[in-house]
Design a protein around this ligand. Structure first.
Ligand code: CTP
Length: 400
């Protein structure tokens, strides 16, 4: 049974840590909550003691005989600070030890994750960013805050990601994933684009965004800075990513070029619409009295993957494409995919056989990863997160 230390520092978002705690205890982990004194203004010790079934203390001068300030950190399998305030990040970065949580952080030799939550100004401040850099350079995981409504009426970057997303990121770290993407910026597109005909109708596709989000979750667990450009995805935001929502292929194209400019790896897991209506009508297209359906003329969209390959001036970023293929009378799935890999010019192509509607909206996937260097990796049926890690393994090999 793993021993988790849940550090809670003083922010409004500390109420969300109660749900996080339940996710751990209900999945069989032992959790020791270590709240800071100021966090007890937001959620009291009684809540933590009742939910964890363990005693709770903030200072180092209670139960001194148990030497808690050393023992708790030493015996932990994971220390997770959620929410992490600007103050706790600063103390941890500089090795201060003035309460039980900061002592625990200094004695822990296990993985440490910080899930910051604060106002945008505080997050963006040079001091906070420098502290985050220090913590990451030591191998700690600092999850990027989510963008959204903050404590008051304002919104921006600084929200604590959803407890389920922090939990998923923590499980990945507990699995002992290597931090082989630490210091790397990876960009992932996810979902399916929509091309509007009029204000209410669009041409879309069945891509759910699940594989792209699994790639994001896996990259966060391996220490990457992760940007996700998400086209019409209705899943919860993955923890720790910079998420840019888009609608059309043109939006996706612009955002991918922006994000890819300083990227080490780019994965085009999204399904951009290949065609868009030649005209957009700014009022709803009506039925006509003669019962004739309108003719809709389509024009081809640019191929973003091909553009990203052409835009690079060195071997960076490593570029990964996806291909949803069916075999036909002319060629097998793999033959079509080899031809596509050559046409697109990317480094890796993840090939899904979509005959009979497989893959879409499922949690599982199977694939073949083709390398431009001739490699063929068959990935047997399994969860999308598992495929995501195999894709990152292939990317990491090409980054070295
Ligand atoms: N892709 C892209 N821009 C497009 C269309 C596709 O970047 N306008 C990317 C997808 O994100 C994916 C890869 O290209 O990574 C392959 O997508 P797919 O639809 O299989 O390729 P197409 O070029 O559209 O080939 P097909 O003729 O088989 O539809």
């Amino acid at each position: 049974m793993t021993e988790i230390v849940l550090g809670v520092s003083g922010g409004i978002a500390s109420y969300k840590a109660a749900e996080l705690l339940r996710l751990f205890t209900e999945s069989g982990h032992r959790v020791r909550v270590v709240p800071t004194a100021s966090s007890l203004h937001f959620v009291g010790a009684a809540t933590w003691e009742a939910l964890s079934g363990r005693p709770v203390q903030s200072g180092v001068f209670e139960h001194v005989d148990e030497v808690a300030h050393v023992r708790i950190g030493q015996s932990a399998d994971l220390v997770l600070v959620a929410p992490a305030t600007a103050n706790i990040l600063a103390k941890a970065a500089h090795g201060l030890a003035d309460d039980l949580l900061t002592n625990t952080l200094l004695t822990a030799r296990c993985p440490v994750i910080f899930a910051p939550a604060m106002h945008t100004e505080m997050w963006e401040h040079d001091a906070t960013q420098a502290n985050v850099e220090i913590l990451r350079s030591r191998g700690h995981v600092v999850i990027e805050p989510a963008v959204g409504r903050l404590t008051g009426t304002d919104s921006g970057k600084g929200r604590l990601p959803a407890p389920a997303e922090i939990f998923a990121a923590a499980l990945q770290v507990l699995e002992g994933r290597p931090q082989d993407l630490a210091g790397k910026h990876v960009v992932i597109s996810a979902g399916g684009t929509r091309e509007f005909l009029d204000p209410v109708r669009f041409i879309g596709n069945r891509s759910s965004g699940r594989q792209g989000y699994a790639l994001a979750e896996a990259a966060v667990a391996r220490g990457a800075r992760v940007s996700v450009v998400a086209a019409n995805v209705s899943l919860p935001d993955p923890a720790g990513v910079d998420l840019v929502p888009v609608v059309s292929t043109e939006d996706l194209r612009q955002q991918m070029h922006l994000a890819a400019a300083d990227a080490d790896a780019v994965v085009m897991a999204a399904a951009p619409a290949d065609f868009r209506p030649a005209e957009w009508v700014d009022s709803k297209i009506k039925k006509t009295a003669d019962g004739l359906a309108p003719d809709i003329r389509l024009v081809e969209n640019p191929d973003i993957l091909v553009e990203l390959v052409k835009a690079r001036t060195s071997k960076r970023p490593v570029i990964v494409g996806f291909a949803a293929e069916t075999g036909d009378a002319h060629a097998s799935v793999i033959e079509h995919a080899r031809a596509k890999l050559a046409r697109k010019g990317c480094d890796l192509l993840v090939v899904n056989d979509v005959s009979a509607g497989k893959v879409f909206g499922q949690d599982d996937n199977e694939a073949v990863i083709l390398g431009a260097d001739g490699t063929v990796d068959e990935i047997s049926h399994g969860p999308k997160i598992q495929l995501a890690h195999v894709i990152w393994d292939a990317v990491v090999q090409r980054l070295d």
